[in-house]
Design a protein. Structure first.
Lengths: 211, 348
């Protein structure tokens, strides 16, 4: 399978490659390895162009997009209802961009469209890295904190827990991300349970295994 | 080292103050005081070489000429250093004033030594790439023109620093798989870069402008005996936006050595930029960003973290885009834009 990944940093990409491979259950070929986004809202702005480019100019089967939720509205089961769209939910927004961009694309490279894989890390991808290691770090805990008006942890605290500093170098961030994801990939069920934003991506990926 | 600087009638900084952190990224339009800030530090360094004025403070501080006052972090927070200038271009007096509270009063010589180790860098790519005299390799020069000689010295006497620099460069410029410092019979050092898969090598003079700037920035970060303070203008100059993270990481290594497992003293860094992409990298640390604002001919500084609605603003846009839009301030006056001295300043 040939896939492209759009995320915010090379450290995230290194971790995502391992996660995608674990969920797909087989290695994949990376297409257009130099894609990169500048964070929200740049991801949503650049995504239509990326999808069109991959569709017409590459033989990519799918595109995986992963963003941090930061303080935005967290995607819930309620948002999964048909025709539901929450304008402040990044999962809803990215899926809508995929929908709108691919709606009228003609067939190209032997396929009707580039497959969609969207994950939203709540509140940041460092949360995923801590899954199973720090039980208080879960999407549920974050949502509960949002409802109380008091976040259970900050992005800086998550970075501190993963990297030992909130100013990690790219090299250090990549090494830590790979270390934590290697711990998780033998069984991703815990990560999927604690982080529905990852489970949604995993569901997307599993539909690709038997297209 | 330096906790704050207060300016009076110093160029465009008529009545301005800046609090400094370990790392400071200064953004703002041309003529908004960024270079004047750095210039004041260089003048402080120059005057620190001279004997202190022994005239009574009251006699000195009554003029209307430019004056710049420096306060320090512990352990030197018991001192105020006041630099007095006859004109905007001629500062000729430094007075060290003991404060009623704070430490380090008995240790002006140590503080003075640190002030003498303030450095400003304005890298010149043509100079960086050239061969340089080995005898000039004591420390990196202002334009980076002795880089090869500095690296040759490290190769012999500080191999860990050299290997760290080499590793940074090869990671960031993957088109090369080795770097050599060649010493010639004429007492010169030059750089050679081996191209991946070609079996060929090129000289430093053949490297691109941005690559040469990156070499110099990494040399600053790997210096085994770094300055007390590093001031670098236009940190982003010549660098691809995706390399800015590496540049920031390199300077963070100076300011926060503990995060890189280093045990040396932190280096205070002041960097200026015009790059929204570089600014984007500071979304988690707005306290490190200083906005230089110009209203007419008068400039002043504000810290980005003083902006109370920053979190809400960043939810909808990147920091770089917010800056470019003008709502953070720190953008050029435009004809007919109402940015006269009477214009309302950006919301603090």
């Amino acid at each position: 399978m040939k896939l492209a990944i759009l995320s915010e940093s090379p450290a995230d990409e290194a971790a995502l490659c391992l996660l995608i491979e674990a969920v797909l259950g087989s290695p994949f070929v990376r297409v257009q390895a130099n894609l990169r986004a500048r964070g929200w809202p740049s991801v949503a702005q650049v995504l239509p162009a990326v999808i069109r480019h991959l569709h017409f100019n590459t033989d990519a089967h799918g595109l995986v997009v992963v963003v941090d939720s930061d303080d935005s509205v967290v995607h819930t089961e309620l948002h999964e209802r048909p025709d539901y769209f929450h304008p402040l939910c990044r999962m809803c927004r990215l899926r809508a961009v995929f929908r709108q961009t691919t709606k009228n694309l003609p067939m190209a490279r032997g396929r009707t469209r580039v497959l969609r894989g969207v994950g939203v890390a709540v509140p940041a991808i460092e949360g995923w890295y801590l899954a199973g290691r720090e039980p208080d770090v879960t999407e549920e805990a974050w949502v509960a904190g949002q409802e109380r008006g008091r976040a259970p942890y900050s992005r800086a605290q998550l970075k501190q827990r993963v990297y030992g500093t909130d100013r990690p170098s790219l090299v250090h961030a990549t090494n830590c991300a790979i270390r934590e994801i290697r711990r998780l990939v033998p069984d991703t069920r815990r990560l999927e349970h604690d982080f529905p934003g990852f489970a949604a991506l995993a569901r997307d990926l599993r539909t690709w295994r038997s297209p | 080292m330096i906790a704050s600087i207060a300016f009076r009638n110093f160029k465009a900084l008529r009545n301005a103050r800046i609090q400094l952190e370990r790392f400071n990224l200064v953004i703002g339009p041309n003529g908004s005081g960024k270079s004047s800030l750095i210039e004041s530090l260089m003048r402080l360094r120059t005057l620190a070489r001279l004997p202190l004025s022994d005239l009574p403070v009251a006699l000195e501080r009554h003029g209307v000429g430019p004056e710049v006052s420096f306060h320090f972090f512990p352990p030197f927070d018991g001192w105020e250093a006041v630099m007095m200038c006859a004109t905007e271009h001629h500062c000729d007096l430094l007075q060290a004033i003991p404060l009623p509270a704070g430490g380090g009063i008995e240790d002006w010589p140590t503080l003075r030594e640190r002030l003498l180790r303030i450095r400003r860098y304005e890298f010149d790519h043509t100079a960086i790439g050239r061969p340089s005299l080995l005898k000039d390799g004591h420390e990196l020069s202002i334009d980076g023109g002795n880089l090869a000689a500095v690296l040759a010295r490290w190769q012999d006497s500080a191999p860990a620093a050299f290997n760290g620099w080499r590793s940074d460069v090869l990671r960031t410029l993957p088109e090369y798989d080795d770097i050599g410092v060649i010493k010639s019979a004429g007492g010169r050092a030059s750089l050679r870069f081996s191209l991946v898969d070609h079996g060929e090598s090129i000289t430093g003079e053949e490297l691109s402008q941005g690559s040469l700037y990156a070499l110099a920035i990494f040399a600053l970060a790997c210096d085994p005996d770094p300055p007390a303070m590093v001031c670098i203008e236009e940190l982003d100059r010549g660098l691809h936006p995706r390399l800015l993270r590496e540049a920031r990481d390199a300077l963070y290594r100076l300011s926060y050595p503990e995060t890189a497992g280093l045990s040396r003293a932190p280096v205070q860094v002041i960097a200026t930029t015009y790059s929204p992409y570089l600014l984007d990298l500071f979304r988690d640390h707005p306290e490190e960003v200083v906005i230089a604002q110009k209203h007419g001919r008068v400039a002043h500084f504000t810290r980005l973290c003083e902006r109370s609605d920053l979190g809400e603003l960043m939810a909808g846009a990147s920091l770089g885009d917010l800056w470019y839009s003008g709502i953070l301030g720190g953008v050029p006056d435009e004809a007919g834009g109402g940015s006269s001295p009477k214009a309302e300043p950006a919301k603090p």
